[in-house]
Design a protein. Structure first.
Length: 283
């Protein structure tokens, strides 16, 4: 068997998420069909994370396992010739048979975009909010999510009772750029709908309906408030998946904005020690 690490971007609009499922169009299933057509063999494709219905990806990672040996460039070009326009392979690399896209991932980063202005072209990639939002209050409240917390209040109960709700959040930042509010969060992993519920709560802080003390309370005691405030999927992007030795670069102005003409993909660098490093804005 031959194994390849695939980095891809996709527009999640019209898909029921990454995960293959019966009677629903998924990114994973679309990719499996394209790879099977390209190689002429049965294939296995597993992703680093399960994005929900309507959620996008700027750099999702998956591994492809197939009996047919091909040059990575031929795999990338061949898949892109078959795949629909909303899914694009960015990079293909040969990896060892032991590599697993999900199990070997060390952390993930997501960005969420809120538009302060009504937009026609970017509607499927942002959450437009006409109300005035206090971004300073939102940024202050956002920092409460940094660190190791129990995110039970922010997890969808359908994720399973056996699933731990403890998550290590490594970095949180919120900035304004070109009429957009960009929320970025990096963590070991994320629970189902967790990021969208955090964003929904932060928006209510920006509106003045919730305070930082209210947010602290949700982290200490179970609350059903975040579930009622879940942000729409359109503004959420899986930004990056990091593995041992990868470095997450600071968001830095428009580089964090995944809107055509404004966004530039983040660079992944390897530190000399082989350890992944993260830097917060302003540090």
């Amino acid at each position: 068997m031959h194994k390849y690490k695939i980095t891809l971007e996709y527009d999640g609009t019209g898909y029921r998420g990454w995960q293959a499922q019966k009677n629903a169009r998924s990114v994973q299933e679309t990719l499996i069909k394209a790879a099977a057509q390209l190689t002429g063999t049965d294939v296995d494709i597993q992703g680093a994370g399960r994005t929900d219905a309507g959620v996008h990806a700027l750099a999702q990672v998956a591994h492809l396992e197939t009996k047919k040996a091909m040059e990575p460039r031929k795999v990338m070009e061949g898949l892109n010739d078959i795949l629909p326009a909303g899914i694009n392979i960015i990079r293909v690399e040969r990896v060892s048979p032991q590599f697993h896209a999900r199990h070997h991932a060390r952390s993930r980063s997501y960005v969420y975009l809120i538009s302060k202005h009504r937009t026609a072209f970017g509607k499927r990639y942002v959450w437009w909010i006409s109300d005035h939002l206090d971004c300073r209050a939102m940024a202050e409240a956002a920092q409460l999510f940094s660190g190791f917390h129990d995110f039970a209040s922010f997890a969808d109960k359908r994720g399973g009772k056996e699933t731990s709700t403890l998550v290590q959040v490594e970095l949180v930042e919120l900035l304004e750029e070109n009429g957009l509010i960009v929320f970025r969060i990096v963590g070991s992993h994320f629970l189902w709908k967790m990021v969208r519920r955090i964003v929904g709560v932060l928006v209510e802080v920006g509106r003045g309906n919730l305070s930082s003390r209210d947010v602290e309370g949700m982290l200490h005691d179970p609350s059903d408030i975040p579930a009622r405030l879940t942000a729409p999927p359109s503004g959420l992007f899986l930004e990056q998946v990091l593995y041992e030795g990868d470095t997450l670069q600071p968001a830095g102005s428009t580089q964090a904005v995944p809107v055509p003409g404004l966004w530039k993909p983040p660079k992944i660098e390897r530190s000399g020690s082989g350890k992944r490093r993260t830097r917060q804005k302003g540090k």
